[in-house]
Ligand binder design. Structure first.
Ligand code: NAG
Ligand code: NAG
Ligand code: NAG
Ligand code: NAG
Ligand code: NAG
Ligand code: NAG
Ligand code: NAG
Length: 639
């Protein structure tokens, strides 16, 4: 191989070996439908991707595929959700009382009118996020909530329907401006509030689970349906702000620690009996990623995501500590254990932020919004995956870049990499497998099967070669910047140049010429997701981040969910595009349907109007929880 003549031969070879290992491990950890591929005959030139793309459209699809089962279940789940829609203030209030165990907040009738004036679909469950985020604040004094928010350095305030903002850093201004604009769009109906806002990409508050559990207990105790005559049906006013001299006001300055790594700081937010709290804390990220080919992802349906909450939860999947840049080495950590009401655009399940729609969802910047137009007809699109992005995810370094999610994904989409892994296979495995043979990949060198392997096939060389050939027919993924640390030669990188080429960025509109749009977390959540949902192509989503819209999107109905290991990606693609070499047809009509229904749903519940409806409800609840008389505040339903 030409690459062996490279100057620092040994270190590069070591890295090639690691790369080969992580691809192999991903393959070994494959999904059931792909398993069959391995049983088929060895193609003649296994690691050379073939130029003629085989056409699987005329072949019969595999019957009883697990994904077909998941699609049917998603239809039923979604129908059940939609059946809860309410159409007048009385029914909306009843649904509220049933789900929340309290009276709706004051001016609830105005909120319903606002939602109806903007043609919003009113399903109480769509607002679950608000209640999950705010519940623990019922466990601390209302005055504490108010004072902390008012004193925070980055702040948006509403007084008598006027919006003001305070921030001390240039960089923070973009987010603060966008959010202030979003708040201003509902300020006319909004009570007085102060919002402390997070101006960084990463989420920042992790309060120990035990402490939050105590607050949650108080919230449950305080919950009751206050009789109508006892209700206080209005909001209080907050004191005037000193707009001339912000410094003259008392500052609330929680202590932010900025040392890593992040995983040990984050797991304190998980329940004590969760897998994450019990897991060994990894410290060495120079070894191959911890993918175990003998087991399906936890809670999956035959290898495919069936519980999106579970699949995206680091508390339930401690291996994510070594598979995601957020935990391996984030760009910045400014973490606090102090419980206070900080608003942000996304968070991990163990964070305590209160979510607003992400600021980039409110902007018109085509980088995030995709610009005007959402792509053409399905039939005219390429039957392919397209992915372009920066090698972000955290501070990727020579020692640990193989653990970063985008690196792992782009390698798995690279037919040449997969083919090379095959030629280096014997050596690679011998080189890196510990002497005690503990790493499962040893199985690839001596095609024996782990006893519990979901697959029955043997991993011969032909299996990988055939895989590479097939990947070449549908995958087009590349970095546009290698973003390394240190970074003397951007967009290139001394230690990853060898594995990745740098391609030109592709505007979102051009990406819509492809049917399949994987969406992979960057430094935090991926800001293009909303645009992808509005497009006429199909988003395939993996993430560990939560967002405002989570309870209004149904996995397999509006988007295709993917495990954070990506162990299911080949199975997903085989289901949709088929695999001519293996005699398996695809499910193009199903892909088209999810793309269409996801888009139609986005046009009903993810519009800018829907963000406003969400934010108005959020701020009404937030104002109540910060009011000394919150226990008796509520909307007084007449008649
Ligand atoms: C694949 O085959 C179908 C039916 O045989 C044909 O209509 C379609 O145009 C072909 N697609 C490509 C990309 O060759
Ligand atoms: C809703 O629309 C009606 C009729 O246009 C208007 O009178 C009312 O003020 C609106 N209310 C809200 C909260 O938007
Ligand atoms: C809101 O702004 C308007 C126009 O600047 C001003 O007249 C009004 O007094 C302000 N209201 C409050 C409560 O600050
Ligand atoms: C993989 O999972 C199997 C079955 O649970 C287990 O026996 C084996 O030790 C695991 N291997 C590794 C390397 O963790
Ligand atoms: C999905 O997983 C979450 C988190 O583990 C769990 O609380 C929930 O009950 C699960 N949902 C279903 C339908 O199994
Ligand atoms: C990733 O590698 C860098 C460089 O060796 C190291 O400083 C950092 O601590 C690593 N991350 C973790 C979580 O070990
Ligand atoms: C695919 O992998 C090969 C071999 O590692 C590498 O040379 C090439 O640059 C990669 N392609 C992309 C788009 O990253």
């Amino acid at each position: 191989m030409a690459l062996i003549s490279a100057p620092s031969l040994r270190s590069r070879f070591t890295q090639l070996v690691i790369l080969a290992l992580f691809i192999l491990s991903a393959l070994w950890f494959f999904t059931p439908s792909f398993a069959d591929v391995r049983q088929l005959p060895v193609p003649s030139a296994p690691h050379q991707p073939s130029s003629a793309a085989p056409n699987a459209t005329h072949l019969p699809p595999k019957p009883n595929h697990p994904i077909s089962h998941l699609l049917a279940r998603a239809d039923a789940d979604f129908a059940a959700l939609l059946a809860k829609e309410t159409h007048n203030v009385h029914d909306a209030a009843e649904a509220y009382r049933r789900r929340r165990g309290r009276q709706p907040p004051p001016h609830f009738d105005q909120w319903v009118a606002f939602a109806q004036n903007h043609s919003a679909v009113i399903v109480e469950d769509f607002f679950d996020r608000i209640y999950a985020d705010l519940a623990p604040f019922w466990g601390v004094p209302a005055s504490q909530v108010r004072d902390q928010a008012r004193g925070f350095v980055h702040r948006i305030s509403v007084r008598g329907g006027n919006v003001t903002k305070r921030t001390d850093i240039e960089g923070g201004r973009v987010w603060v401006d966008l959010w202030a604009d979003l708040v201003a769009s509902v300020a006319e109906w909004c009570p007085d509030v102060d919002l402390a806002v997070n101006v960084m990409d990463e989420s920042r508050v992790v309060v120990p689970w035990e402490e939050v559990d105590g607050y949650m207990g108080k919230e449950r105790e305080s919950r009751r349906i206050v009789p109508t005559e006892e209700l206080r049906p209005y909001y209080g006013r907050l004191g005037r702000l000193n707009s001339k001299d912000a410094k003259a006001e008392a500052l609330f300055e929680p202590e932010f620690g900025s040392y890593g790594p992040y995983w040990p700081l984050a797991v304190v937010g998980c329940p004590p009996d969760s897998p994450a709290r019990k897991a060994y804390i990894e410290t060495d990220f120079s070894t191959p990623p911890p993918l175990n080919g003998s087991v399906y992802p936890k809670g999956s349906h035959e290898g495919y995501v069936q519980n999106w909450t579970l699949a995206t939860s680091p508390c339930d999947n401690p291996d994510l500590q070594g598979l995601h840049g957020t935990f391996v080495e984030p760009i910045s950590i400014a973490n606090t254990k102090t419980f206070f009401p900080l608003f942000g655009g996304s968070k991990l399940p163990m964070n305590n932020e209160i979510l607003l729609p992400a600021a980039m969802y409110w902007t018109d910047d085509p980088f995030y919004s995709g610009g005007q137009g959402h792509g053409g007809a399905w039939a005219e699109k390429k039957d392919q995956v397209i992915w372009r992005g920066a090698a972000s995810g955290g501070r990727n370094k020579e020692e640990n870049w193989t653990r970063f999610q985008r690196h792992r994904f782009v390698s798995m989409m690279n037919a040449t990499s997969v083919g090379l892994a095959e030629t280096g296979e014997q050596q690679a495995v011998n080189f890196a497998v510990p002497a005690d043979g503990a790493y499962d990949l040893a199985a690839l060198a001596t095609p024996a099967e782990p006893a519990t392997a979901p697959a029955t096939a043997k991993a011969g060389k032909g299996g990988l070669g055939a895989l590479a050939d097939w990947i070449a027919t549908w995958a087009d993924a590349a970095f546009v910047h290698l973003l390394c640390f240190p970074d003397p030669s951007p967009p290139h990188c001394s230690y990853t140049d060898f594995y990745y080429s740098v391609h030109k960025a592709l505007p979102m509109m051009k990406q819509y010429a492809y049917k399949y749009l994987p969406d992979i977390d960057g430094n935090s959540f991926s800001g293009r997701y909303r645009a992808f949902l509005f497009s006429t192509s199909l988003p395939i989503k993996a993430t560990i981040y939560q967002e405002w819209h989570d309870s209004r999107l149904v996995a397999w109905k509006h988007f295709v969910p993917m495990d954070n290991t990506f162990s299911d990606v080949y199975g997903i693609m085989e289901y949709f595009v088929g695999n001519a070499g293996m005699g398996v047809g695809g499910h193009d009509a199903e892909a088209e349907r999810i793309a269409r229904e996801g888009r139609e749903w986005a046009e009903r519940v993810l519009r800018r109007e829907d963000m406003r409806v969400y934010v108005l409800r959020l701020l009404m609840e937030y104002a109540r929880v910060g009011d000394g008389e919150r226990e008796i505040m509520g909307w007084r339903e007449e008649g």
